[in-house]
Design a protein around this ligand. Structure first.
Ligand code: FES
Ligand code: FES
Length: 157
């Protein structure tokens, strides 16, 4: 069993840990750091539920080893809202458009949309909807998610 020391920043907090080399980033964030908003569904890169932002890019945390994230800046869904509780624009759009039901897929959807719209970026609705093709939702029929994506692109839903 190989062990590695890693240092990462998660939602603005430094995390130091000694972990097994086989530990996925998703399990590290949930079990070691307590960020249970990282949802693990398929655990092989298909459903998108485990998506987090690593150094500015949306990443499926079930496909990345925690050791690969050493030195990285990571954001999970818990890190999106402002300290005063104000929702991130993606969260607000999802809420406004009733884009969730059970919520299992939601953190992953939100993090992919947040990655694409960070720093004031406003991608086209085609880009955002194309990114949504990598997320499986068993509840909503996708219409609310599509409306939220269009709203973030500046289109009327
Ligand atoms: S749990 Fe990672 S893509 Fe499904
Ligand atoms: S809201 Fe239930 S899986 Fe998407």
């Amino acid at each position: 069993m190989s062990e590695h020391r890693i240092n990462v920043e998660v939602n603005g907090r430094q995390q130091h840990a000694t972990i097994e080399g086989r530990l996925t980033l998703g399990d590290f964030l949930r079990v070691n750091c307590g960020y249970t908003g990282v949802h693990l569904g398929c655990e092989h890169g298909v459903c998108g539920a485990c998506t987090v932002i690593v150094d500015g890019k949306a990443v499926r945390s079930c496909l990345m080893l925690a050791v690969q994230a050493d030195g990285a800046k990571i954001t999970t869904v818990e890190g999106l809202a402002s300290p005063d509780g104000a929702l991130h624009p993606v969260q607000q759009a999802m809420r406004d458009e009733h884009a969730l039901q059970c919520g299992f897929c939601t953190p992953g959807v939100v993090m992919t949309l947040a990655a694409l719209t960070q720093d004031g970026a406003r991608p086209s609705s085609e880009t955002l909807l194309d990114a949504m093709s990598g997320h499986i939702c068993r509840c909503t029929g996708y219409q609310g998610i599509r409306r939220a994506a269009r709203k973030l692109a500046g289109e009327n839903s």
